[in-house]
Design a protein around this ligand. Structure first.
Ligand code: NAP
Length: 315
């Protein structure tokens, strides 16, 4: 398809993580002509998750494996999926929604936004410079590069503590640096980390700088926020897990969002614009898991099918 060709669908889904894939499955299984437009590859944050142990019915599976199965299942019902699709503009307010991208223009009755979130940056010197040369946001993708090395993990949530534990499969030592004196990660995840002899925790400390030798990371500066003392700490890599920012830039000015840029929906996944739904991490929600994202996506698609049915009844 050329970039200025226009194609029409019942439902356009933006984002191919668990929320988008579940929405695609329910919409195409509900006989809607449906397409998923994904910026990178399908799977979303599942691709960055080593082991998923809290998706009911699936035990001992990796995130990428669940993502792949979800993709296959969604395609089986006829949902089209376009990957590496860069969207430049969305027009959501009219009865017909329009999505413009480098893979074409897509017109639809409904848009389901499932663009998820991306790892927040620390924004400190050395972070950008050593990105992919010792600085990483994805233990599953990059952990194996650090066999027999010493690593620092920054953060105190589920991601930092869980992925820090995963990194001990490769590293000789993992130091988790957290800005407070208690993790916010789930207790079961914390307990596993505390029992792991390769994990060391540095509390009340931030990383104001990442240092290297031009080729890769060699150390970080650790600053104790209580004493204000700083010291240099040798390491071969830094994994940063300091939270997630929603991917909502494209929709600013059109959709209602909270202060952190997450889309506000009601319990039916409806946004402030009729025919526009949001599902998964991109919306304001108290639990961000693959299972809740999939639940949001299936609910959004079911509501969307009803919305399109009502439009047809009016015609
Ligand atoms: P998160 O829960 O928002 O935690 C971010 C952590 O980074 C917090 O501990 C925070 O410290 C710290 N932080 C934030 N900004 C910082 C900065 N500038 N410098 C240093 N530290 C900073 O993010 P997450 O761990 O990525 O998790 C995101 C969501 O995904 C959560 O809802 C989580 O439950 C979910 N998740 C679940 C699983 C699972 O179920 N197994 C796995 C991964 C993620 P404070 O604690 O002081 O705020």
């Amino acid at each position: 398809m050329s970039s200025n060709e226009t194609k029409e669908y019942d439902i356009v889904i933006i984002g191919g993580g668990p929320a988008g894939l579940a929405a695609g499955l329910y919409a195409s299984r509900g006989n809607m002509k449906t397409i998923i437009l994904e910026k990178l590859l399908t799977g979303g944050q599942l691709n960055n998750t080593a082991e998923v142990e809290n998706y009911p019915g699936m035990d001992h599976v990796t995130g990428p494996e669940i993502g792949e199965e979800m993709t296959k299942q969604t395609k089986r019902f006829g949902c089209e999926i376009v990957t590496n699709c860069n969207i430049s503009k969305v027009e959501l307010s009219g009865k017909d929604k329009v999505v413009e991208s480098d893979k074409g223009i897509f017109k639809s009755k409904v848009v389901i936004i499932a663009t998820g979130s991306e790892y927040r940056k620390l924004n400190v010197p050395g972070e950008k410079e050593y990105n992919a040369r010792g600085v990483s946001y994805c233990a599953v993708c990059d952990g194996a590069f650090f066999k027999e090395k010493e690593l620092v993990v920054v953060g105190g949530g589920d991601s930092a503590v869980e992925e820090g534990t995963f990194l001990t499969k490769f590293a000789t030592k993992v130091t988790i640096v957290h800005r407070r004196d208690a993790f916010r990660a789930e207790k079961i995840i914390q307990d596993r980390a505390f029992k792991n002899p390769k994990i060391n925790v540095v509390w009340d400390t931030v990383v104001p700088e990442i240092k290297g030798n031009g080729n890769g990371v060699t150390s970080v500066i650790l600053k104790n926020v209580k004493t204000n003392e700083s010291k240099e700490f040798s390491c071969d890599g830094v994994f940063i897990y300091v939270g997630l920012d929603p991917n909502t830039q494209l929709f600013k000015g059109q959709l209602k969002m909270d202060n952190s840029g997450k889309i506000i929906t009601n319990e039916k996944m409806e946004t402030n614009i009729p025919g526009v739904y949001a599902a998964g991490d991109v919306r304001e929600t108290p639990l961000k898991q693959a299972v809740t994202a999939a639940s949001d996506g299936s609910l959004a698609a079911t509501m969307a099918i009803g919305y399109i049915g009502a439009l047809h009844d009016k015609e």
